[in-house]
Design a protein around this ligand. Structure first.
Ligand SMILES: NC(=O)c1ccc[n+]([C@@H]2O[C@H](COP(=O)([O-])OP(=O)(O)OC[C@H]3O[C@@H](n4cnc5c(N)ncnc54)[C@H](OP(=O)(O)O)[C@@H]3O)[C@@H](O)[C@H]2O)c1
Length: 271
């Protein structure tokens, strides 16, 4: 399994919508297939499912990288730590591998310093091995890192796929040693309609989704695709074996449309 500088497996399994017994079953397929990284969030209602899937897999907790994200409602003074303890309880574990701020507080309703300082405290208490953020802009990353001093922001999770390559932000993160996790890494299955991607996929005997994931891995990113279907969970995983040429990568770079799917009115002013 390919890992980055923080020991984060580049291939992860997203758990949005993977609820209940069907959700646990999908996660079990993922773990049997070789995924060793599960991405959940307080808001997804899938933390308990992740806990069950890990227990049932028979794998050691230490062999699976687990991320959760703090919900917007838990950013206020005194709220973050109890919410994270509840997440640990849901996950049946003592420590997260990575804890992210899911979204910057809309309209700065809770000042950034309030939740970044609580995140640092969670790290100091050993509740999480790494800390990071999600949906943060360059300006917000700068502000957060200045508050944290020596404690590194290890990760920024953002929407990123061939149709939204987020180059300015990704370049900034690379320069600062902040790893990038791509959400919607397979653009929810629409990439087969992009001729350049379809052509590269056909040439490699691969799926368009595998091409997107291989592109993201080649860039050094982490990707967390999800599916409810065992065949797709397994097929997506095989992207870890697909090697694209420099020419393929240059071609994929031409399909960027800045096409953002997750774009709430209360979201930040994107880079
Ligand atoms: N930080 C954030 O704010 C944020 C926001 C959104 C998502 N996320 C995280 O990112 C993860 C992935 O995002 P996402 O689930 O929205 O998008 P995605 O992984 O790009 O796409 C998942 C969708 O594509 C379909 N799919 C999966 N494999 C496929 C394949 N090989 N061919 C065709 N279709 C395929 C799935 O449907 P089937 O189930 O029918 O296969 C599912 O509806 C989430 O699970 C979550 O963990 C984070």
């Amino acid at each position: 399994m390919m890992k980055n500088q923080y020991d984060i497996p580049q291939m992860g399994f997203g758990t949005y919508d993977r609820k209940g017994e069907a959700g646990i079953a999908a996660m079990q397929v993922a773990l049997e297939t070789g995924y060793r990284h599960l991405d959940t969030a307080q808001d997804y209602g899938t933390e308990k499912e992740v806990g069950h899937a890990i227990k049932r897999s028979g794998l050691k907790r230490a062999d699976i990288f687990v991320t959760t994200k703090i919900a917007t409602g838990n950013l206020g003074e005194g709220a973050l730590l109890p919410s994270l303890r509840q997440s640990l309880d849901n996950l049946q574990t003592d420590q997260l591998d990575l804890t992210l701020i899911h979204w910057p507080s809309p309209n700065n309703a809770v000042p950034l310093a309030v939740y970044i300082e609580q995140l640092a405290e969670a790290h100091a208490l050993g509740l999480t091995r790494l800390i990071g953020v999600s949906n943060f802009t360059i300006a917000m990353l700068e502000q957060a890192q200045a508050l944290l001093g020596e404690l590194k922001i290890a990760n920024n999770q953002v929407e990123l796929n061939p149709l939204l390559q987020n180059r300015k932000l990704a370049t900034y993160c690379a320069g600062k040693g902040i790893s990038v996790t791509c959400y919607l890494p397979i653009a929810r299955g629409v990439l087969g309609d992009v001729p350049v991607i379809a052509e590269i996929a056909a040439r490699h005997g691969a799926t368009p989704e595998q091409v997107a994931l291989a592109f993201e891995f080649a860039k050094g990113y982490i990707a967390i695709p999800t599916s409810s279907r065992p065949d797709r969970i397994r097929a997506n995983y095989l992207a870890t074996k697909l090697v694209l040429s420099d020419a393929d990568i240059a071609l994929i770079e031409t399909v960027d449309r800045g096409q953002r799917v997750i774009n709430p009115a209360w979201g930040p002013a994107w880079d």
